[in-house]
Unconditional design. Structure first.
Length: 285
């Protein structure tokens, strides 16, 4: 699933990087187009908003020249330009997602996630995911299996060459909440414990005894990409997903994540807690 390029996300990443570079240059859109001799600022603003279809290499090169981008950063952004054509590997599931989450995950170099009530989607079992979707008043019954299949397929990013590191902090409430049945939870938590050994996964638990913390307002994920691209905050609900690239917004969520990360148990103690809760669920099954 993650073997090819993901053109839609690469265009988005390129747009975000160009917007960030202009901001760092201190130039307005009008000043940029005047320097480049372009007829209108519309071309630039459409590019920065990802409202273009096929980025032109010559135009991207002109912008990089103006912003004095050289070396590896320049080569990286020109590579994004060449690869931002075609369609996503996830096009067969496009109707099931409210945003480009699978593509963003596949393109990220690191994902840091906080979950308050759910096991994170990348680490869910089919039975757990099925129970989540079946309990929803949003997902039509005829779409449940495809939703489960798409969620399971997302996990392939963790095994893909160059795939992201996944650091996940999970509140104890998500481990104790019975989703589906006690047996479903036993299977889910034992699978979670197994995934903790994955070389790209760091799994941390926040025990109830940690008390109040910075992330109590809800779950989110921080997706990070190669320099000079900005990070993205992803916040999902049952009906929509929000993807924010604003640097100040992302920085605030980094502070929030750092706060809850510092309160979490270390990996060994987190695994001990997961296994002990799995044992409690097993006694009820």
């Amino acid at each position: 699933m993650t073997g090819g390029h993901l053109p839609g996300v690469r265009r988005r990443r390129l747009s975000a990087a160009l917007k960030r570079l202009r901001a760092e240059s201190g130039m307005s859109a009008a000043q940029v187009v005047e320097r480049l001799g372009w007829s209108s600022a519309t071309k630039l603003t459409r590019a920065e908003r990802n409202e273009w279809k096929y980025p032109k290499r010559a135009e991207v090169e002109a912008l990089l020249d103006l912003y004095e981008v050289e070396g590896e950063d320049r080569a990286h952004l020109l590579s994004l330009t060449e690869e931002s054509r075609g369609r996503s590997d996830w096009h067969q599931y496009a109707d099931l997602f409210t945003g480009p989450l699978p593509d963003l995950e596949a393109e990220a170099v690191r994902i840091r996630s906080y979950e308050s009530l759910l096991i994170p989607g990348l680490l869910q079992t089919p039975a757990y995911a099925t129970a989540i979707f079946e309990s929803s008043q949003i997902v039509p019954p005829q779409d449940t299996q495809r939703k489960v299949d798409s969620r399971m397929a997302r996990r392939s990013v963790l095994d893909a060459p160059g795939g992201p590191q996944f650091i996940c902090v999970i509140d104890e409430a998500a481990l104790r909440r019975v989703v589906g049945s006690a047996q479903v939870m036993v299977e889910q938590l034992r699978f979670l414990a197994g995934m903790a050994a994955h070389y790209k996964v760091t799994l941390l638990a926040v025990p109830f005894e940690a008390g109040a913390h910075t992330a109590m307002d809800g779950a989110f994920a921080l997706l990070e990409f190669p320099s000079p691209e900005p990070g993205i905050v992803s916040i999902s609900t049952g009906v929509e997903s929000l993807y924010v690239e604003d640097e100040a917004y992302v920085d605030r969520h980094r502070l929030i994540f750092d706060g809850v990360h510092n309160l979490a148990l270390d990996p060994k103690r987190s695994l001990d807690l997961i296994e002990s809760i799995a044992f409690e669920h097993d006694k009820r099954a």
